[in-house]
Design a protein around this ligand. Structure first.
Ligand code: PEP
Ligand code: MN
Length: 338
């Protein structure tokens, strides 16, 4: 970090800052300019509480030099990570991977119809919630283990990788037994103990961005998982809360180049939670691919009108097949493979 002193600073103030820097185990380097004096603190100061320096007399501001995140950053790994998701499939690198399926697992017929349709259209993964985080406790909460069993059956029939949400540590072992990819939902991105527990399973984790989280918080959440020895983290942008009313969430596609700039982790986009409207989903799929995303997580339902959750944002199996066709052409234009 760089400690910028206020103008008119005296030597005793600079000496005090130098003292504090040394107490932190860092090296100091004083640069006296015509107008301002700055003290560079050399060494890894990430995670240090530097408030003593901030509050020292005549300190104007502290400018961090190192990014707060480490293991998710490009500084530690410059080449993009490719994450194996089971079934011989991967997310990241040159390939663009689509994981699709219903918001919730409702029954065998619904899930198998969706699974076979998305597989036929070219998806590599099947999504479907067995444990659903619902805003209202009076709404359908998911089938629980019965839903997980159906997902495993769909995997057996189609060969698709199964991505499903885990909401609590107490569910972790059970969900990990059936799932190929553990989804951590937007409401749990800040549940650090859950992130660590998911990290410990060693399974790939689909980490959704918290709806009010910054990019920095998102990447630090990923580090909770990676620090458990689990490199297999896929970031998922699913939109954030804004004042806007015409969408359920505001899908901030600008995060794609930002993640690519800051991190080696792959990022996929969920245009379903990201817009809340099925008619918007095809456009956002194409935009995500064009903007450099590594894949999609899409809600597809054989009969959206009668879906038990998120019908309004679920595309039909027919629309999904059309989207996949369109995506193939976009992929070619932006030098990606599907
Ligand atoms: C979902 O994928 O159905 C879901 C609940 O997602 P999110 O956590 O992004 O709201
Ligand atoms: Mn949903």
């Amino acid at each position: 970090m760089i400690v910028v002193m206020k103008s008119g600073v005296k030597q005793e103030h600079v000496d005090h800052v130098v003292d504090l820097i040394r107490q932190y185990g860092l090296k100091d380097h004083i640069i006296v300019g015509t107008d301002r004096t700055v003290v560079a603190a050399i060494g890894d100061d990430r995670g240090m509480d530097t408030s003593a320096i901030e509050n020292a007399p005549m300190v104007d501001e502290i400018v961090p030099i190192l990014k707060p995140y480490k293991v998710a950053s490009r500084e530690v790994k410059s080449e993009p990570s490719v994450i194996p998701i089971g079934g011989g499939y991967e997310i990241g690198g040159k390939k663009f991977g689509v994981i699709a399926g219903p918001c919730s697992v409702e029954n065998e017929k619904q899930l198998m119809q969706a699974a076979h349709a998305v597989k036929k259209a070219g998806a590599i993964g099947l999504r479907g919630g067995a444990f659903k985080p619902r805003t209202s406790p009076y709404e359908f909460q998911g089938l629980g283990e019965e839903g997980l069993k159906l997902l495993a059956k769909a995997r057996d029939e189609t060969g698709l990788s199964v991505c499903t949400e885990v909401m609590s540590i107490s569910q972790m072992d059970m969900v990990a037994e059936y799932a190929d990819v553990l989804q951590i939902g937007t409401r749990n991105m800040h549940n650090f103990n859950l992130l660590q527990a998911a990290g410990k399973t060693g399974k790939p984790v689909m980490l959704k961005r918290g709806w009010s989280a910054t990019l920095k918080e998102f990447l630090l959440a990923a580090e909770y998982i990676i620090n458990e020895g689990n490199q297999n983290v896929i970031l998922c942008e699913r939109g954030i809360r804004t004042h806007e009313q015409y969408v359920r969430n505001t899908l901030t596609l600008g995060i794609i180049p930002a993640v690519k700039h800051e991190s080696h982790l792959p990022i996929v986009v969920d245009p379903s939670q990201g817009t809340g409207h099925a008619y918007m989903v095809p456009s956002m799929c194409k935009a995500s691919l064009a903007a450099g995303a590594d894949g999609l997580l899409i809600e597809v339902h054989p009969d959206p009108e009668h879906a038990m959750t998120d019908g309004a944002q679920s595309v039909t199996t027919e629309t999904f097949a059309q989207v996949m066709d369109d995506l193939k052409r976009v992929a070619e234009a932006v030098d990606r493979e599907m």
